[in-house]
Design a protein around this ligand. Structure first.
Ligand code: BG6
Length: 492
């Protein structure tokens, strides 16, 4: 299906637009998913340097799209893109100009993508309303994080709601647009095999990790004062937790999926005081070595003059208080400057209740089901089989691997999928206002406790798996992070 739409990227010259949105749109255009009749407007306070064509060429040299950049394609795509110089805090001639540019005969969708700091969401939506750019064909896409706590998120939701209805509002979490995340839903709800085992009766615990090897260079304005809890846990990690833990929805439509995710967020056991100190680890990276080269600390990367208490690493243990998950810990972890980049969910099953052979007891490993979301989509099931090479009745652990990427799939990336969904008005992969607010409610208690304790975050050396306390979070429960057990990547 080829989509025709008008898209305005507010913050069109910014980091998100350059690194993710434009490369995704270009790849979509080359793959024939975005029609050349679509129009893309990039708003910028002071315009862009040089022609759109040359600017885009630089953008694609830096953030390579998932396709070749041929001269012809670049030329046609540049013709679809215009730049609008626009201030986002008050109206005027520039807004009249945008309104005139967006006038059109047909009822093609008009998507406003707010790739700007959340502090500008209110004024931008107000202006969109004032200039009549919020009509039936319009939708607004809000990039995360939505606010910096519950109160600011509620205020933004209410302000945006004055110009756009909930059915026109698309709160993006790009993790929900990842192919592997779609696959998680398919896997859970189209196979009786897994669903029957999916509860505390057979599952010992679940680990969800988003590890990044990158630091935070060049993101000072955003990252300092935001930190991993707001940047990654409040949204991506809690959304993955919802998809793993939710009940089967009656239908795979937006309302049913969002209702089930919301129930999970409402069932998260709130943490407070000493429970936070015990179950939530936060840390900041110090200088170290990555892939054989020396790298600087967080403070050096951001050229900070004062010490900072912003965390770049979080590991925590959470519980969901319902019948299915009572007593099953969920360990969530994310960090910058870790040794590797991957996102992975590990479902660890309970040990067998009895070893019927005396030689088995000591080398029985629990079954694990590993869902790798990136860099590759991969499923692995770890099981015990007889060890043929050993003389006695010994066992060995084997891994059944399933590469679900598919050779012929054009990997268009999450942002294109989500922009196309927004253009079509499909909210299934977007986050409802109530989900955002419940996620903040849970996370706020932790952040408030950190703020009031006055304690600095722990430290870890860049290129390591975080501070000792993250390791301890597992070992004191007699468990281990999967990478520590396996010592290697899944499927390799
Ligand atoms: C973004 C965060 O939402 O997700 C970044 O703001 C993070 O800090 C990024 O690097 C990770 O996304 P991905 O898709 O590269 O894992």
């Amino acid at each position: 299906m080829v989509d025709v739409f008008d898209l305005v990227i507010f913050g069109g010259g910014g980091d998100l637009s350059r690194r993710k949105l434009l490369p995704a749109l270009f790849a979509g255009f080359v793959a024939g998913r975005v029609s050349a009749d679509s129009r893309i407007y990039l708003t910028s306070r002071s315009g862009l340097k040089g022609s759109v064509h040359d600017w885009l060429k630089d953008v694609f040299d830096e953030s390579q799209p998932a396709c070749d950049v041929s001269k012809d394609d670049l030329k046609t795509f540049s013709d679809m893109v215009s730049v609008v110089e626009l201030g986002l805090t008050k109206g005027g001639e520039d807004w009249e100009g945008l309104k005139a540019a967006l006038a059109c005969e047909d009822d093609r969708p008009l998507v406003h993508f707010l790739a700007i700091p959340p502090g500008l969401f209110t004024s931008t939506c107000e202006l969109l309303g004032q200039y009549g750019l919020n009509g039936k064909r319009a939708r607004v896409v809000l990039e995360k994080p939505l606010g910096h706590d519950l109160a600011s998120a509620q205020a933004i939701n209410t302000d945006v709601g004055r110009a756009f209805g909930e059915d026109q509002t698309f709160r993006i979490d790009h993790y929900l647009g990842k192919e592997a995340v779609q696959n998680l839903l398919a896997l859970r709800f189209s196979n009786i095999l897994f669903e029957e085992l999916w509860s505390g009766r057979t599952i010992d615990h679940i680990q969800i990790t988003i590890a990044e090897d990158q630091g935070v260079q060049g993101r000072a304005g955003f990252y300092e004062g935001t930190g991993a809890m707001r940047d990654m846990v409040q949204n991506h990690l809690l959304q993955l937790l919802c998809l793993v833990a939710m009940e089967p929805p009656a239908r795979l439509d937006a309302d049913s999926i969002r209702d089930e995710k919301l129930k999970v967020l409402k069932s998260l056991k709130p943490l407070s005081g000493a429970e936070i100190d015990r179950n939530v680890v936060r840390a900041q990276y110090q200088s170290g070595a990555m892939h054989g080269s020396a790298v600087g600390s967080y403070a050096e990367d951001l050229e900070l003059e004062q010490p900072s208490s912003t965390e770049t690493f979080v590991a925590l243990k959470a519980h969901i208080e319902n019948w299915r998950w009572a007593g099953v810990p969920f360990y969530l972890r994310t960090g910058k400057r870790l040794p590797d980049r991957f996102a992975e969910i590990v479902i660890q099953f309970k040990p067998v209740p009895h070893a019927p052979h005396p030689n088995w007891g000591s080398n029985l490993s629990p079954n694990r089901f590993i869902i790798r979301l990136q860099p590759e989509d991969h499923l692995a099931l770890r099981m015990m089989v007889k060890n043929h090479s050993a003389k006695s009745e010994a066992l060995k652990e084997v891994e059944m691997n399933l590469d679900v990427t598919g050779d012929d799939v054009i990997r268009l990336g999450p942002y294109l999928r989500l922009i196309l969904d927004a253009a079509r008005g499909d909210q299934s992969l977007f986050v409802h206002r109530d989900e955002v607010e419940h996620a903040w409610r849970w996370v706020d208690r932790i952040i408030e406790h950190w703020d009031s304790s006055g304690e600095p975050p722990e430290s870890y050396q860049a290129g390591t798996w975080g501070p000792y306390e993250a390791h301890d979070l597992m070992t004191r429960d007699r468990r281990e992070w999967f990478h520590e057990t396996s010592g290697r990547k899944v499927g390799k």
